[in-house]
Design a protein around this ligand. Structure first.
Ligand code: HEM
Length: 492
């Protein structure tokens, strides 16, 4: 009897704490379920739609539990007031179990914090700029990859193909040339091994059980029998870092600190030596370099490939858009000349199409978590330091108040009466504020040069010539289309 009463009281206390106690000082939001929070209430394919609906119900800032509490800023003006105007306060990253486990602490570029993050981000942006990002000197290397991509596509000789291999090849080589100064040849077994590791990492990392580990890290001790994937995730992660370390070791043998750096690895080695002399060696260590290069790969590879694959599936489903793009390309560039970044002004329809693809594809459906670095008021609520908060930019992309018929793919919405491209402030695929994507300029170069060259030199048709593949999303943290096939014909 007494034991029953005690158990009853414990359960009542647990439910009170889960359902009310933890929430009482935070902005309102959907009621979390015990253990899993709001995880199971999210639309499994389009979680951004659930967040958008919750925003309508609970206001410009609300709390959701995944299963840790996270504040969602769902309104453009509030995003500007917080993430932009108070950039430093909103530039923290959470201290997560999973990153501590995989990165052996908060290292790299993505999940690091404070001085380590600021100095490494600043250094990396400078280094990448020196290698041509945002200055167009990287252009010949991207174009070289674009033309090899076209060869691969033309070699398909009208047979149905998935676009995964050529797109992976081109995008991976651009990152590799920046990080390590060399490119892979088609079919290189080392490249295939690296790409397979990345693919496996992405599948394991996106499994919902990994999210549960965040609140219940002890669950990892029950694998097996629990199918969490944590052990394999660690193995794959170690194999990726080993790969990067091997390249760094090769660099060390040929590195000459009196010569200009050949790539990001050289630049980092140089910076490490400089900082060691200045007594700041702990900010630029070998492990920090490995994890930073891992983050350039992790953040820059799958995102760009997924966007390109979305681009083509949208064109297959909207043949008139493909036709208009080809007409613009033929009129402005012709079919022999190579595209350059300076052509952006002369290709408004291509620019509008890229912006529209990034809006509809919404490839990061739930924005990446930040934390607040001090107590702060958000939308009238006092929020304590270290609370997780996201600027839910994907909600803007599907808001009918900002975009007429947002579910429709219409590049024309970004062309003004005079036929000029209009950059829209509400399309924010790279997020905003101090933590916004570090590779935005590179990604924009790749999307413009790759997609433009694809349009110029290829005609994309449905597999049977008539029925376009349905646009179906693979569930996960990152949207990408499920593999589809199409026919690629050379354009004369
Ligand atoms: C279409 C392609 C891409 C998209 C849509 C994209 C989007 C994003 C987003 C949404 C974030 C999180 C921003 C935040 O936390 O507020 C991010 C961060 C980041 N991205 Fe990208 N990204 C792309 C390509 C790239 C490329 C090509 C690179 C570099 C090679 C890159 C490197 C990074 C890094 C290092 C961060 C972490 C920045 C930090 O925490 O300071 N991204 N990206």
């Amino acid at each position: 009897m007494l034991v029953g009463l005690v158990i009853g009281l414990l359960i009542a206390y647990y439910l009170y704490r889960e359902l009310y106690g933890k929430r009482k000082n935070l902005p309102p939001g959907p009621r979390p379920w015990p253990v899993v929070g709001n995880l199971l209430q999210l639309d499994q394919l389009y979680p951004e739609k659930t967040l958008f609906d919750w925003g309508k119900k609970y206001g410009p800032v609300f709390t959701m539990w995944l299963p840790l509490p996270m504040l969602v800023v769902n309104d453009y003006d509030l995003m500007k007031e917080t993430f932009l105007r108070q950039g430093d306060t909103f530039a923290g990253r959470p201290d997560l179990f999973i990153t501590r486990a995989l990165l052996k602490g908060n290292y790299g570029l993505f999940f690091t914090n404070g001085k380590m993050w600021r100095e490494n981000r600043r250094f990396s942006l400078h280094a990448l700029r020196d290698f041509g990002i945002g200055r167009n000197t990287l252009q010949p290397q991207i174009m070289d990859q674009a033309l090899q991509m076209i060869d691969l596509l033309h070699n398909s000789a009208g047979e149905p193909i998935t676009l995964l291999e050529p797109f992976t090849f081109g995008v991976a080589n651009v990152i590799n040339v920046l990080a390590f100064g060399y490119t892979w040849k088609v079919g290189d077994p080392e490249m295939l091994r690296f790409m397979n590791l990345f693919e496996e990492f992405s599948v394991l990392f996106q499994h919902p059980s990994i999210m549960l580990l965040e609140s219940y890290p002890w669950l990892r001790h029950f694998e097996p029998p629990l199918p969490i994937g944590f052990k394999r995730l660690n193995e794959v992660n170690d194999a990726i870092y080993k790969f990067i370390l091997d390249d760094i070791e090769k660099h060390k043998k040929t590195f000459n600190e009196n010569e200009p750096p050949r790539d990001y690895t050289d630049a980092y080695l140089l910076e490490m030596r400089k900082r060691q002399k200045e007594g700041e060696g702990d900010l630029f260590t070998e492990w920090q370099m490995i994890t930073a290069i891992g983050d350039l790969w992790g953040a820059g590879f799958a995102t760009t490939v997924a966007t390109l694959r979305f681009a083509i599936i949208y064109l297959l489903n909207n043949p008139l858009v493909q036709q208009k793009l080809q007409e613009e390309m033929d009129r402005v560039i012709g079919n022999e000349n190579e595209l350059t970044m300076d052509d952006q002004k002369r290709l408004p329809y291509l620019c509008a199409t890229i912006q529209e693809i990034q809006r509809v594809a919404n490839i990061i459906p739930i924005s990446v978590q930040h934390t607040v670095t001090e107590d702060v008021v958000i939308g009238g609520f006092l929020v304590p330091k270290d609370t997780q908060v996201i600027a839910q930019t994907p909600s803007l992309h599907i808001d009918e108040k900002l975009f007429d018929e947002p579910e429709k793919f219409m590049p024309e919405r970004f062309i003004d009466e005079d036929g000029h491209f209009v950059k829209n402030d509400h399309v924010l695929p790279f997020s905003l504020g101090k933590r916004a994507c570090m590779g935005e300029s590179l990604a924009r170069m790749e999307l413009f040069l790759f997609l433009g060259t694809l349009i110029q030199r290829c005609d994309f048709r449905p597999e049977d010539g008539v029925t376009p593949p349905p646009i179906v999303i693979q569930p996960g943290f990152m949207h990408s289309p499920v593999p589809y096939k199409c026919i690629v014909l050379p354009r004369k």
